[in-house]
Design a protein around this ligand. Structure first.
Ligand code: LM2
Ligand code: CA
Length: 497
């Protein structure tokens, strides 16, 4: 930013350089806590199998070897240090806990932390787990111990998911080891958990494990605080197990959300933005208070998991920003935003053969750091969607609008919509191919000039993007061209110029 100084139709300050210290050296770019996400969901933190074929895929993190915190992302000390530093900045950490299974069947070796394992004798010396700690083929009921029929709840929960050795969560010893691991994470300051493959565990077993969890660490949280838990249950309907079996235990992922939003913004399946007025429960999704929603996740952004081809990702950046803006503005569910790394796709026969590629890594396979450039976004292959101005500013919108319902819905019957969040925020989206959105709309906001947080930022009292003027009657003239780079306008009480 620089202050302009207009004289005779020319800005006499057009020479001003970047923020500098007294010696003229360019200063660093501090990220304030309004500008970034509140919280981070991190990859599984525990020791995993080292997979070399393919070479160090991202999914090796879903093959636990022990509960020691030692992975390609770093050591126990480094993890603890990260959690501490994040907590100091008000950034909470939620750990992805993989507790349904250990690694895949076949072979033996040492994990990322050096612990020995043998998948034939079912020995995991770093825990330790042995043969008694796994579901046997008898309990499961299929000849190869693997899940084949999603119409059979017993199979889904007692057999092996893609050949991953299935833990016997009915065992008190197994529950104890898992609870110890989660309690260790709580003791170092994590705020909660994403529970991997929850559909593959009995709700009663999960209840027993969660019942053993400690309150959060009082160095960072008020005493008596409980861990925030969200469980991964893929329920698109038509299977034996439904998400509602888990909602008494915590939030549950809503996979219909990103799939349907993909259809709407891509205009497939006869969908259009005008249909979004009752998005969520009105579309057969879980109740607002139970749903954990997202446009994409680490699985379905690369064709794993659920949602298929409709899922929007950073590769469709214009539609992706629109879908995220809608999600963050619309009062349904607990929202999560993806933050990714880039990989080159290799399409063959309708499938990306590179869907296994792991994060940017050094020669030893260790995950590399995430450099922040002076735009505030990331380099070296890290996408950092959460730092894109449009996404980041919409997180602030959501926080500002929290607790206020949706009002003043407007649509053109097709792909232009607008609505307000009480008297706190207003958004308009134009997903028509050619036609402009040009209308005078009720914003619900008090009179004044507001900075559109999509095209710019409110900075030093000025707006670096479009300014929207709301009149005394709450109405504003909104113009969004059909070919706008980001055909969205969003304003809120915190963006008043
Ligand atoms: C999940 N949720 O329930 C994760 O979100 C998902 O990323 C995990 O699968 C899955 N559950 C198990 O934790 C990923 C990945 C799989 C991969 C597994 C285990 O989507 O492709 O399976 O992690 O690393 C891989 C191979 C598979 C093989 C299996 C066992 O792709 O072909 O099965 O390992 O060796 C024979
Ligand atoms: Ca299981």
């Amino acid at each position: 930013y620089w202050d302009q100084w207009w004289e005779g139709g020319k800005d006499k300050n057009d020479w001003i350089g970047p923020p500098a210290d007294g010696s003229g050296n360019t200063m660093g770019v501090p990220i304030n806590n309004m500008g970034t996400c509140d919280n981070g969901w991190v990859s599984p933190a525990n020791e995993n199998r080292v997979i070399t074929s393919p070479n160090r895929p991202w999914w090796e993190r879903y093959q636990p070897i022990s509960y020691h915190l030692n992975t390609r992302s770093g050591s126990d000390e480094e993890f603890k240090d990260m959690v501490h530093r994040c907590n100091q900045q008000g950034v909470r950490i939620y750990v992805d806990v993989v507790i349904n299974h250990m690694c895949g069947a076949g072979g033996s070796g040492h994990g990322t932390g050096g612990s020995y394992f043998n998948t034939d004798s079912l020995e995991f010396s770093g825990v330790p787990f042995g043969a008694n700690d796994f579901n046997d083929c008898g309990t499961c009921g299929t000849s190869d111990c693997n899940i084949h029929n999603y119409g059979d709840a017993n199979q889904v929960r007692n057999c092996r998911l893609v050949a991953l050795l299935d833990l016997k969560l009915s065992s008190d010893y197994v529950r104890g080891k898992i609870a110890d691991y989660m309690n260790y994470l709580i003791s170092i300051g994590v705020a909660g958990f994403r529970v991997d493959a929850a559909k593959h565990m009995w709700p009663g077993d999960l209840a027993a494990v969660f019942g053993r969890l400690s309150d959060l660490n009082t160095a960072y949280f008020p005493s008596g605080s409980r861990p925030f838990i969200f469980m991964e249950v893929i329920d698109l309907g038509g299977e034996a197990i439904s998400s509602s079996e888990y909602t008494h235990l915590g939030r549950v992922t809503e996979f219909k959300y990103g799939m349907q939003l993909g259809y709407v913004f891509r205009k497939q399946n006869g969908q259009k933005l005008a249909h979004l007025g009752n998005f969520g429960e009105g579309w057969g999704m879980q109740p607002d208070n139970n749903a954990l929603v997202f446009v994409d996740n680490h699985d379905n952004q690369r064709g794993h998991g659920a949602g298929g081809q409709s899922i929007l990702t950073f590769r469709d950046s214009r539609l992706y920003k629109m879908a995220n803006a809608f999600m963050l503005a619309f009062p349904y569910g607990f929202v999560r935003m993806m933050s990714s790394f880039y990989w080159d796709q290799w399409w063959e026969g309708g499938k990306d053969k590179n869907d296994w590629i792991g994060p940017p890594a050094d020669g030893s396979g260790n995950t590399m750091g995430v450099p922040i450039n002076n735009m505030g976004t990331c380099d070296n292959g890290w996408m950092c969607e959460h730092r894109w101005r449009q996404n980041r500013n919409m997180v602030t919108f959501r926080n500002v609008a929290a607790g206020h319902g949706m009002y003043n819905w407007w649509d053109n019957g097709n792909n232009q919509i607008a609505f307000s969040r009480g008297d706190r925020g207003f958004i308009a989206i134009n997903n028509e191919d050619w036609s402009a959105l040009d209308a005078t709309l009720q914003t619900g906001l008090s009179a004044g000039d507001y900075c559109d947080i999509i095209s710019g930022d409110l900075s030093n009292g000025g707006c670096t993007g479009k300014t929207i003027t709301v009149g005394g009657d709450g109405r504003a003239h909104i113009h969004i061209a059909g070919d706008d780079e980001d055909p969205i306008i969003a304003i809120h009480v915190g963006s008043k110029v």
